[in-house]
Write a protein that binds this ligand. Structure first.
Ligand SMILES: Cc1cc2nc3c(=O)[nH]c(=O)nc-3n(C[C@H](O)[C@H](O)[C@H](O)COP(=O)(O)O)c2cc1C
Length: 333
């Protein structure tokens, strides 16, 4: 798809929408496609390096690929050089994306060492140049994803948000932790509330939303426009459906262990089809851990899945478990 209005979904950043967070190693096409089906209004790809995009290669190509029928999708780009960002954004804009998200929040050392991700929050002049030049270069809407700052002494999310707005970003995703926190501690939703008061573009609240109650609380406490969910969706992609159901006044549907197995097996088949048997099997091991966390009586099943090395082995494990569930647990969840 060419860059331009064709890639835009009207009202994509309207209030009350819920979306899937970019998560390296997880937000791939199969998982996004399942989340979209279950209720995520849009998704964001795993982060992709601007250098990698410009160089080209199989890895970035795979991150940019969509599954047929996937819903609205933003591509998230990281890097540190404005000119490379611009080239990368132009490449992305020729593909089938609905918006471009600029990563100014990644805390990972490998990214920081090259002045990317949250390191850019220490140089708001650079953030302005990157954001302004990408907005100028492509017709797609541009969003930014920020943290609260480098650390509590260098808290600057309000300035960063204002710069993003002035540079033409259409929305700001706010994950209210400092870079120094990584993913530890609790996300400080008050930061989101303050950012919301300081800017006029939509604010997408992110961090520690794991249930409908969390969703309601974050909306209430921050006044945010949209909510982005990461780990909560890894534990239960049904979180999107539950939120939607709640907003429509419906009772939340029950999720049985058999539903989890069915969804896991579907994701497994999609991952294998998407990445091939070897890689698909490996990638799924992370999903098993998330999906089955807290499910009692699954230890042995998890162990067997974690060491299975052939597609047939895994499908046999799923079938065996299903039979066991049918005979023993009778859909008790
Ligand atoms: C495994 C993992 C990978 C992540 N990868 C990215 C990424 O590629 N880009 C990004 O902006 N944030 C990334 N994040 C951060 C999430 O997008 C999100 O901001 C963070 O997890 C807080 O939201 P949550 O509590 O809903 O998970 C990642 C988080 C996790 C757990």
């Amino acid at each position: 798809m060419d860059s331009g209005s064709t890639g835009k979904v009207p009202g994509l950043f309207d209030a009350s929408r819920v979306c899937l967070a970019p998560m390296a190693g997880y937000s791939d096409a199969p998982f996004r496609s399942i989340c979209g089906e279950i209720g995520a209004d849009f998704c964001v790809t795993e982060m992709v390096s601007s250098d990698g995009l410009v160089r080209g290669g199989d890895k970035t190509e795979r991150i940019m690929d969509k599954i047929d029928g996937e819903g609205p999708l933003g591509i998230q780009i990281f890097g540190s050089k404005p000119l490379i960002f611009v080239e990368a954004a132009k490449i992305a804009a020729r593909r089938d994306f609905d918006f471009i998200d600029l990563n100014f929040g990644c805390p990972v050392k490998k990214v920081i060492k090259k002045n990317g991700g949250s390191a850019i929050m220490r140089d708001l002049g650079l953030m302005e140049r990157i954001c302004g030049s990408v907005v100028e270069a492509v017709d797609l809407p541009v969003t930014v994803k920020i943290r609260s700052g480098w650390n509590s002494k260098e808290e600057n999310y309000i300035e960063a948000g204002k710069i993003a707005e002035a540079s033409g970003a259409v929305a700001i995703v706010m994950h209210p932790r400092y870079r120094s926190q990584g993913f530890s501690g609790k996300a400080d939703w008050d930061h989101i509330a303050r950012l919301k008061d300081a800017v006029s573009i939509p604010v997408i609240a992110n961090g520690d939303v794991k249930s409908v109650d969390d969703y309601l609380e974050i909306v209430d406490r921050t006044g945010c426009d949209l909510v982005m969910i990461g780990r909560g969706a890894l534990a239960s992609p049904w979180i999107f459906r539950d939120i939607k159901d709640f907003l429509q006044g419906k009772e939340p549907g029950k999720i049985y262990i058999s539903d989890k197995i069915d969804l896991l097996e579907r994701l497994f088949r999609m991952e294998i089809a998407w990445k091939g048997e070897r890689l698909g099997l490996l990638e799924m091991r992370k999903f098993y851990r998330w999906f089955l966390r807290g499910c009692s009586g699954m230890k042995e099943f998890r162990r067997r899945l974690a060491v299975a090395s052939r597609e047939k082995e895994v499908t046999d494990i799923f079938s065996g478990l299903r039979e066991e569930i049918e005979s023993k647990w009778k859909r008790t969840g």
